[in-house]
Design a protein around this ligand. Structure first.
Ligand SMILES: C[S@@+](CC[C@H](N)C(=O)[O-])C[C@H]1O[C@@H](n2cnc3c(N)ncnc32)[C@H](O)[C@@H]1O
Length: 255
């Protein structure tokens, strides 16, 4: 616990320096004033209490490891940690205060984000490859609807029914994360055009990228490209809050 203190202090200083302290204080006030309306308390223990713990324990026994903090897939079985992370995602994306929204969560993994959003009354579809039995089991257990689909460069998404108010992707891997054929501008360009077809006119796209081998989330060119298409960027978060703009007239092939 004490190990965390210097980190927390430096994070607080950074927040003050960047003005984030004010927006964070505003957020706390907003939650304090409005959270009473929610059908479930947005706290890890309250969310975990809504789950079938016996079945989850069976799953844990099958897939768990001694150290759930390890950076392997079973890390997702560390429920308090991941539920906490996903409560924050739900708050960040504004789903805690929004009226019923239709949401697509790409690469939904264990399904925690979708599950919490569903508890709040949203209509959520997860999309994922069916590689890990653990994710299959977890999403089934949580009652999260999944479309099984592998996102590939220059291949459009399948028919997903009605358009979405919000499309999310957290810890993005479909961009060939950490592989030699990591997506560049042309692949992202195609993906953004395609995703836009699945969004309502005021729909939002919220991406959270993974760290690549070189310790960055994106190249300066890719950052500039995202911004040219309307993204607001905060570190690993790439947020298209007012739709996905048509591409600026840049030659993608040249980059
Ligand atoms: C790092 S995990 C993140 C899971 C979840 N979004 C989270 O943050 O807890 C990446 C997810 O993307 C999925 N995934 C990887 N490649 C994919 C692809 N090409 N198409 C669709 N999903 C993919 C994985 O199966 C996994 O669920």
């Amino acid at each position: 616990m004490y190990r965390d203190l210097p980190m927390r202090f430096s994070e607080k200083m950074r927040k003050i320096a960047t003005g984030r302290a004010f927006s964070s204080a505003g957020q706390h006030l907003r939650h304090w004033l409005l959270d009473w309306r929610l059908p479930v308390k947005l706290e890890p223990q309250a969310i975990i209490a809504t789950m079938d713990r016996a079945k989850f324990q069976q799953m844990y026994d099958r897939w768990g490891v001694d150290d759930p903090a390890c950076e392997d897939w079973p890390k997702y079985l560390d429920l308090p940690r991941w539920i906490d992370i996903n409560i924050q995602r739900v708050r960040d994306t504004g789903l805690d205060l929004a009226s019923r929204k239709r949401v697509l969560d790409i690469g939904c993994g264990a399904g925690y984000f979708a599950y919490i959003a569903q508890l709040l009354g949203h209509d959520v579809v997860g999309l994922d490859i069916d590689r890990l039995p653990m994710f299959r089991e977890s999403t089934e257990l949580l009652g999260v609807r999944r479309v099984i689909w592998r996102i590939e460069a220059f291949v459009p998404l399948p028919d997903l029914g009605n358009r979405f108010d919000l499309i999310t992707a957290f810890l993005v891997c479909f961009n060939n994360h950490k592989q030699t054929d990591l997506w560049g501008l042309p692949e992202w360009d195609f993906f953004l055009d395609d995703v836009a077809k699945h969004l309502t006119p005021r729909g939002r796209l919220w991406l959270e990228l993974n760290l690549e081998h070189d310790g960055t989330f994106y190249t300066p060119e890719l950052r500039e490209f995202f911004e040219s298409r309307g993204a607001k960027i905060d570190n690993h978060k790439v947020m298209f809050n007012s739709g996905v703009r048509a591409p600026a007239s840049v030659s993608l092939a040249a980059r």
